[in-house]
Design a protein. Structure first.
Length: 468
């Protein structure tokens, strides 16, 4: 079965400005629009249409059917950002009466007579879980669900008029023995909101050096570069070819000290940007078969002048291009199924490649080159979207991804000839992250990056680290 893609763009009905952070709810899950007001979907050809529901600030919403006739295009939907006449006031005095790991009881006041009321909960910035509608005069309710001791939850009450609604929210921490924080929860920082992207590429060319590449907020035609020089973080924005076209799908590799190879997708082509002792060179297209819109890239160098580039093909297969110093190869179809997320590649030695991706069954799949042939297997799990992979030394691999449902971060590592199984690293500080990437500049050191498209606790580029 094939696929079709569609991009939904949300704008202000009056100014036509792009609206970021809008919730787009569909049968495929909950998305947040990026800084360009866009959310993308990959759909089976057996699905003729699907419905999306847009929500913003609680009371603003719209429903629209997206049909297969829109395949390959951008569907623009506008929202009113001024409170419409007849919008009711939000419930007031919302508080938690009592709560445990299996239920929580809420109480609130209704400043007006609603048509109906409903309550729900979410992890901060995560997907909303809503209970059935209740009478408009209801002022107390009990939510029964499995809550994790020590975790925080946003508890919500929504009052509806005949056409619009308003939310009230309170944050609650489930009582009980809070688990010890993992390194992922302890060691994190937001590097600022100047740079935001739906894809992030990270690489290290030497000890205590990290280079991260990403999009730039408000200007899809620039390449953002954030780097750690051993003492502090630095940032810049670069204009790259092709001029006037949006750039995305960033990936990064290094062929040695002081060398960077950056790849991005634009105008249905893959572009290669090189940094060496002479500085930055002009980007060039690596040519070959035109790529589909939304192509996601990952790159690696395992030695010498060798570069290997992988991406998701239009047929959901894993595709490879490589360059051993004599020019770029033709496209190599490695089969498999790369579904709705970016693959990630790592190498722990010469002529060794390990590629990881989310498959149609949502499990983590591995495709690896052992020096003679390609192999493939499933490592299980249930991935929400992207996966990030890195190696800090021989026979060592570290894989990271967000799980479905509660969106917690998980790790799997390969060491001493076997896989660890899933390690729960806890909830991310943001509920909706994108463009997961990881780098390592020394054995025992991991640096993870992603962009947040949720306004709570903050848009921007986030960094987590493990090791000294």
């Amino acid at each position: 079965m094939g696929i079709w893609t569609v991009t939904i763009k949300v704008t202000d009905c009056v100014s036509s400005a792009a609206l970021a952070g809008v919730q787009v709810d569909s049968p495929f899950g909950l998305e947040w629009t990026n800084q360009y007001g866009e959310a993308g979907y990959v759909v089976d050809t057996g699905v003729d249409f699907f419905q999306v529901r847009l929500r913003r600030d609680g009371y603003i919403f719209r429903e629209q059917n997206i049909t297969q006739s829109s395949a390959g295009s951008t569907v623009t939907i506008c929202l009113n950002t001024i409170t419409p006449p007849g919008t009711p006031p939000a419930p007031t005095s919302l508080r938690v009466v009592e709560g445990t790991s299996d239920h929580v009881t809420l109480q609130w006041s209704n400043p007006t007579q609603y048509n109906r009321v409903n309550v729900g909960w979410s992890l901060p910035g995560g997907a909303h879980h809503q209970l059935d509608d209740m009478s408009g005069s209801t002022t107390t309710a009990t939510i029964r669900s499995a809550f994790t001791p020590g975790d925080e939850y946003d508890l919500k009450v929504q009052g509806h008029s005949s056409t619009w609604s308003q939310w009230a929210t309170t944050r609650w921490r489930c009582p009980g023995g809070a688990p010890e924080l993992t390194w992922f929860q302890r060691n994190n920082e937001r590097l600022g909101e100047s740079f935001l992207a739906s894809a992030v590429g990270a690489v290290s060319w030497g000890p205590n050096r990290i280079d991260v590449f990403h999009g730039v907020t408000g200007n899809g035609k620039l390449l953002g570069h954030t780097w750690w020089d051993g003492a502090r973080w630095n940032t810049e924005a670069r204009t790259v070819l092709p001029h006037g076209e949006d750039v995305y799908g960033f990936a990064a590799a290094s062929r040695g000290l002081g060398r960077l190879d950056v790849f991005y997708h634009s105008n249905r082509q893959i572009w290669h940007l090189v940094f060496d002792r002479d500085g930055w060179h002009d980007a060039y297209s690596i040519g070959g078969t035109p790529t589909r819109p939304g192509t996601q890239l990952t790159a690696i160098s395992w030695g010498g002048e060798r570069l290997d580039l992988f991406y998701d093909g239009a047929n959901e297969h894993l595709m490879q291009r490589y360059n051993d110093g004599a020019g770029w190869s033709d496209e190599v179809d490695l089969g498999g199924n790369v579904y709705g997320a970016r693959p990630s590649v790592a190498s722990w030695g010469p002529n060794r490649l390990d590629v990881f991706h989310r498959a149609r069954d949502s499990a983590l799949h591995q495709t690896w080159w052992d020096g003679r042939r390609w192999n493939s297997t499933s490592l299980g799990g249930a991935l929400l979207r992207d996966v990030a992979a890195v190696s800090w030394g021989g026979d060592r691999l570290d894989i990271f991804y967000q799980g479905q449902g509660n969106r917690r971060m998980f790790q799997q590592f390969f060491e001493n000839g076997r896989w660890s199984g899933e390690v729960d690293l806890g909830a991310a500080p943001v509920g909706n992250l994108a463009g997961l990437a990881v780098a390592s500049w020394a054995p025992g050191r991991l640096d993870m990056f992603y962009s947040s498209v949720s306004p709570d606790p903050g848009l921007g580029l986030w960094h987590h680290w493990f090791g000294a």
